[in-house]
Each structure stands twice: as C-alpha cells, then as structure tokens.
Design a protein around this ligand. Structure first.
Ligand code: UVW
Length: 326
C-alpha cells in the first residue's frame, strides 16, 4: 500500500515529501497509475443512459487569451486541387483552452521535477515525463463531480467572479457530505466552481482584464487531501484548479527556501507540490456546465470518464479531449 501524505514527509532524503519511486524508479505516469483496468471496468458499469458529454471548449474559446503568451491558434485550410482540403495549425498552445497539465509542466524550485528527472532533459526532442506517456496509458476511470458552485449557492454564498475565493479541504469535505458522495481510490475528481460558465457568459468587453477565479487553497493540507484520497487526476472549470491569482505568501516554507530567488506569478502555487512532488496531473478549464445540469437532473455524481491526451513526444500538456458518459 502507498504511504499517506504524512508518511511521505518521513521518507529519507532525497525523496522526503515526495512520491518519487513509489510507482517505479522510472515511472512517468504519477497518480495515473491509480487508473487500472479493474477500475476502468467498474467505471464502465456506471453507464446507464449512455448520454455522454464533451468536457472541452473550442481551442479558440478565449479571445483575448486568458494567459497572454498562449495566444490564438492560426488555422489555415488549403487544397492540393479543387476537390481536396488539408489544414494546418500554427501557434498552437495545448493549454489555451480545456487542458491536462502533464508532469513536465512544473518543477519544484527546491526539489526539481517528478521522480528526480533533471530539468535539462525536459526539452523538445526528448521523451522524459512527456505527455505521450499519458496518451499511451489513457485516462479511463470513475469520474466524480464535486459541485462546489451548487454547495455555495445553497448556502447563499455563491462565488464572486472577481474574488479569488480560496477553498480549503474542510469545505471540500462538507460539500461531499452535502452531496452524499464518497470518494474512492482512483477517482478522477471534477470540481465545478461555476466559474467558466459565468466568465464566458460575460461579453468580451466586460471580462476582467486580469483573470481572477475561485479555486483550491494552496496549502499542504490540500495536497494531502488529494493524495490521501488516491485521486488519479483532478480537474476543474477554472483557470488553474487553485485560486487565481496565486497568493505568493502561500506555502511559506517554500517561500522561505526560495529566499532571494525569483518571485513570479508561480510563487506559492499548489501546482509546485501536486505535479512534481506527487505526480498528480491537473485538468483546467474543463467545460462542466452540461454535465453538471445532467447530474443535477438525474441525481448522480459519478460516471465513466474518458480522456485521450495528445500523443506528443515530450509534450508538456494536452488538450483535455475528455468525455463523461452517464
Ligand atoms: C497558470 O499558470 C495560471 O496555470 P497553468 O500554467 O497550469 O495553466
């Protein structure tokens, strides 16, 4: 059995506080290892109506882009003759829209990248920690919807689009109890903050210039909660899973270690624990509104979840390519 998060902190150096080696010395899947054929078969048995929902926004859903350097894709359609068409995508950012962040995406400033892979190896043309491993393994399992937007609304405390409300694990537990949901090892957890639907409903000129969104609180308890529940992948309908902008003073131990090092928009991010230390991949900007409505109608919160990451050797991230089947 895997150690719990507290026991990870007791591991000897150089793996203290990490899951490195627990899934294999050269593992490149991280917590996707929880997605076994047995769990996929059990998840398939959840399918009743067969109705299925795309959890993907169009690649060009955000104009202007949410993150400045992930600009609009350029799409060209051309033909070699009058009755033929090919297309070509340029300036294609897999993280411009609904996405899965792979294990190359973030390293920890003090400990480095997942399983101790040196950062120098994480360049174009090398396969290490690439998203092609996710593509080969696939993402198939039990999806569980945690509808935090509904939980908040039922209490008259709806999220404010302009506030980076930071949700702690006590609230996650309360929301699960309110739903009557119990997590199981290997679940793919989808958290609905209701952010994306409301953001996209605003006319472009009314969207805030600086994106702000509710999300998970960046603290070790959040990482411990996800690890100890054996979550295989966690995805949300907001920008970064965690509240945005990040609080640079969160995770003070790291901030202290950083000392005079860079303080960037990534300082204090939960990403820096989840991806490199635990090997937990993150889904962001997943389109959950139709699934949320169907789950509310049918009083369900679990379903078969399938996602096919892109087979890009050495890829950092992928379009989500995710589907929930009820
Ligand atoms: C942010 O930087 C906001 O998130 P990510 O890079 O994971 O998309």
């Amino acid at each position: 059995p895997l150690p719990d998060y507290a026991a990870l902190q007791e591991r000897p150096e150089p793996v203290r506080g990490t899951a490195w080696g627990l899934f294999g010395e050269h593992d490149e899947l991280g917590t996707l290892n929880h997605l076994t054929p047995e769990r996929a078969a059990a998840a398939a048995a959840l399918v009743r109506s067969g109705r299925s929902f795309s959890l993907n926004l169009p690649l060009d859903a955000f104009s202007p882009p949410l993150i400045a350097h992930r600009g609009a894709v350029r799409h060209e359609v051309f033909g070699l003759n009058e009755f033929h068409r090919d297309d070509r995508l340029d300036a294609f950012f897999p993280q411009a829209s609904s996405q899965i962040d792979g294990l190359r995406h973030f390293g920890h400033p003090d400990r480095g990248f997942y399983n101790g892979v040196p950062g120098e190896r994480l360049v174009a043309g090398t396969p290490d920690l690439g998203v092609q491993r996710f593509a080969e393994h696939g993402v198939v399992g039990r999806g569980v919807l945690l509808d935090l937007a509904a939980f908040r609304a039922a209490r008259g405390a709806a999220f404010d689009l302009e506030e980076p409300a930071r949700v702690d694990v006590d609230e996650l537990d309360r929301a699960l109890r309110w739903q009557g949901t119990e997590l199981e090892p290997g679940d793919i957890l989808l958290i609905n903050f209701g952010w994306l639907e409301r953001f996209l409903a605003l006319p472009a000129e009314q969207r805030p210039a600086r994106v702000t969104s509710p999300g998970l609180l960046a603290e070790e308890r959040t990482a411990a909660w996800l690890w100890d529940h054996r979550i295989a992948l966690v995805a949300s309908d907001n920008l970064a899973l965690e509240a945005w902008p990040a609080d640079p003073m969160a995770l003070p131990v790291e901030a202290e270690r950083l000392g005079a090092l860079e303080r960037s928009s990534h300082t204090g991010m939960l990403h820096r624990i989840l991806i490199p230390l635990l090997g937990l991949a993150i889904g962001e900007l997943w389109r959950l509104d139709e699934l949320v409505a169907a789950c509310r109608d049918s009083r369900r919160d679990s379903f078969l979840l399938v996602a096919q990451p892109m087979h890009v050797t050495g890829g950092v991230a992928s379009l989500a390519n995710a589907r929930a089947i009820l």
